[in-house]
Design a protein around this ligand. Sequence first.
Ligand code: NAD
Ligand code: TDX
Length: 336
Amino acid sequence: MNVLVTGGCGFIGSNLVRLLLAERPDWRVVNLDKLTYAGNAESLADLRDHPRYRFVRGDIGNGELLADVMRTERVEAVMHLAAESHVDRSILAPSVFIDTNVRGTQVLLEVARALSVRRFLHVSTDEVYGSLGPTGLFTEETPLAPSSPYSASKAGSDLLALAYAHTFGLPVVVTRCSNNYGPYQFPEKLIPLMIANAVRDRSLPVYGDGMNVRDWIHVEDHCRGLVAALEKGKAGQVYNFGASSERHNIHIVKQVLQLLGKPESLIQYVKDRPGHDRRYAIDSAKAQRELSWTPRHRFEEALAATVRWYVENRGWWERILTGEYLKYYETQYGGR
Ligand code: NAD
Ligand code: TDX
C-alpha cells in the first residue's frame, strides 16, 4: 500500500514513519511536512536512502502540491498528523493554528476526496473533549468542549473530517489520543522540557499548583493504535487511545528529577496557563475491543527509558535549543 503521512518530521509522525517501514514491508511511505519550528528532518536522517520512503517538503494548505504528490505516488491512504500542536503557542499566537489545523486539514480532505483515497486517518486529540472533574473518563460519546485555541482548532478539523465522511462518503477514521511521551518529542512539551532543563540544572517551571492531571501513553503504543485504526477501523467512526496512566504533573516532574539524580529545589511554580484544563483521562475500551489494540508500555519503565534516550541523544535536542526556541522560551517563561 502507498501511504501519505503528513507531519512525519514531528514527534509522533517520525515515530510512525519508522514503525510503518519496519513493520509493513510492502508499504511505501511518503512523508509530507512543512518543516515548521517543530519539524526536524534530523529525526529521520538515517532513512534518507530507504527504498520505500520519500520526503516531500510542503504545506498541507497547498492543494496543488498535495494533488501532484498524491497522484505521482499513487497514494491510497492518508495518515494526517501535520498540525500546530502546542497549547501555549496557541495562546500566544492563535492564527497559524486555524491556518494549518482547520484550513490545511480541509484542503487535504478535499484533495483526498477528489482522488478517491481508500482511507483517511485523521489524528485528533483527547483535548477536544475539554476538561474533566475529579472522576470519570472521556468516551467517544463525550460531547466536544475544547478550551484552548489549539484544542478548538483540532475540534474544528476533527468535525470537518467526520463531515467529509458523512456528507461525501470519504472513508475517514478519527482517533483521539491522550498525552504522548517518548523519543523525538520537541522540548516545549512537559516531559522533554523538564528533562532538558534538569540535565542542564535549569529551573523546572510548573504551572499553577502542579495538580493538573494528564493520562500518559508511550508514542509507540499510539502509533500502533494508528496503524490498527487505519487497517481495522470502520469508516465514519472515532476511536480513543490511552494507556490508563493518569498522573499529576508535579508527580512526573519529581520522577524526572529522581531519575536524573537532581534536587527538587530546581522546581519553580510559575503563573498558571490561562484556561488550563484540569484533568484528562481516556476510556479506550472501544479501540481495545474493535481494533484488537492494547498498550504495551508501562508508564514508570517507559518514562525511565525516555529519560535515558534524552540523556543519550543530547545532541538531538541541544541543536533545537537555539534561535527560535530561545525567543519562545523567553516569551513564555520570562528570564527563568
Ligand atoms: P509536532 O508539533 O511534534 O509535529 C507536527 C509536525 O507537523 C511537524 O513536523 C511540522 O513541521 C508539521 N507541520 C506543521 N504545520 C504543517 C503544515 N501546514 N503542513 C505540513 N506540515 C506541517 O506534533 P506531534 O506531537 O507529533 O503531534 C502530531 C499530531 O498528533 C497532531 O495532529 C496532534 O494534534 C496530534 N496529537 C498529539 C498528541 C501529543 O501528545 N503530542 C496527542 C494526541 C494527538
Ligand atoms: O512548562 C510547562 N509546565 C507545566 O506545568 C509545560 C510545557 C506544561 N506544563 C503542564 C501543562 C499541562 O497540564 O504540563 C501538562 C502537559 O502540558 P503539555 O506538554 O503542554 O501538553 P498538553 O497541554 O496536555 O497537550 C498535549 O497533549 C495533547 C499535546 O501538546 C497536544 O498536542 C496533545 O493534543
